[in-house]
Design a protein around this ligand. Structure first.
Ligand code: TRP
Length: 344
């Protein structure tokens, strides 16, 4: 059976959004709306797998929503919503908790990293998080999922869960007239330069909201002066920029800045080096400041304007949640029949 093509992705409402989220995820989301029906979710149920301050979570949820809007996702044509408003995510996740295997979850590297040494004290939610992520995607029977490298393993798990569900319930799926397979095998969409934006202070670490120094990242709401200051202070080495991409390899900080420039400009690292190779680093940094301010400045000010209007943001989320729920409820009805739950 051919599944209708549909994109789903999620962003966690934790901390501030930064350039890494923008280049790694949100710009891709914007581009995909030209070709697909897209569902973009602020995944608050995922956020609480680690402690979130209840007085902070609503602000973070609205900020991610504002970023989606400010970057140009059309909330009328696509669906923008927050996960906790559509109970079917949690409902399907329970069924998937019973399909997924302990052995599969035990292999998840992100759990090992996030739980750290004190695994006994990690929440159970953090452990089963990949099952919820599978439910997010499959409750819409989505076929394409834009994700960063770090989520690839979770997406593979989603495919395993879809397949095991299809196999385990194969006879029932057929008996209820859903053909050979009820869930599609969702595919990752990973494209473009600078998908991995690194810290401005250490080119070997990912840009992250949890790094203590704010100088390590450019936040989407930073103003022009702050952006300029952060780029000027970004760590570099004393050499001028090379002419060829391979010479960037042993220079992670230079590589990162060139990658950011290329991604913001929509060109390639090779193009950037053709323009700036051989020149002083400071010349390149000035150009990077100008480009960053030109691209991010308007997004930051639009976001600030939007978060001043929570009534509007909440109405976008309410409308999106309603439309999402209509789709999710269809899937859950079928899942209940397939699993054998008596329903109204
Ligand atoms: N786990 C993802 C992250 O931390 C967020 C996420 C939750 C997601 N559900 C998803 C991404 C479904 C893609 C599809 O970045």
């Amino acid at each position: 059976m051919a599944f209708k093509e549909r994109v789903f992705s999620g962003v966690q409402p934790t901390g501030n959004l930064h350039l890494g989220n923008y280049l790694g995820a949100i710009t891709k989301f914007v581009a995909l709306q030209e070709r697909y029906d897209c569902i973009y979710c602020v995944v608050d149920l995922h956020a609480i797998t680690v402690w979130q301050d209840p007085s902070e979570l609503p602000r973070a949820t609205r900020e991610v929503t504002a970023a989606f809007l400010a970057c140009g996702i059309d909330p009328k044509k696509q669906i923008i919503f927050n996960q906790s408003q559509v109970a079917e995510h949690a409902e399907l996740a329970w069924v998937f908790n019973c399909v997924s295997r302990m052995g599969w979850l035990n292999r998840m590297t992100q759990f090992k990293e996030k739980a750290g040494k004190d695994r006994e004290n990690a929440s159970v939610g953090l452990y089963v998080y990949p099952n919820l992520m599978a439910a997010d995607i499959l409750v819409y029977r989505a076929t394409h999922v834009p994700v960063g490298e770090d989520q690839k393993q979770h997406l593979e798990l989603s495919r395993d869960i879809a397949q095991k569900f299809n196999n385990d319930f194969g006879a029932s799926i057929k008996a209820h007239g859903y053909g050979e397979a009820f869930f599609p095998q969702p595919e990752p969409l990973i494209q473009g330069p600078a998908t991995r934006v690194m810290s401005l202070r250490d080119g070997s670490k990912k840009m992250s909201k949890s790094e203590p120094s704010d100088y390590s990242r450019i936040n989407l709401t930073d103003d022009a002066d702050t952006i300029a200051q952060k780029i000027r202070k970004a760590k570099t080495d004393p050499e001028p920029l090379p002419g060829e991409e391979k010479d960037l390899q042993p220079r992670p900080e230079a590589d990162n800045l060139v990658g950011i420039y290329a991604a913001l400009k929509g060109s390639s690292k090779a193009d950037v080096l053709r323009e700036f190779g051989g020149g002083q680093f400071s010349t390149f940094k000035t150009a990077l400041v100008d480009l960053s301010v030109a691209k991010l400045g308007p997004i930051g000010s639009e976001m600030k304007k939007l978060v001043q209007d929570p009534v509007y943001i909440d109405s976008v989320l309410a409308d999106g949640s309603q439309r999402a729920q209509a789709l999710a409820a269809e899937t859950m009805k079928a899942v209940k029949d397939i699993v054998g739950f008596v329903r109204r």
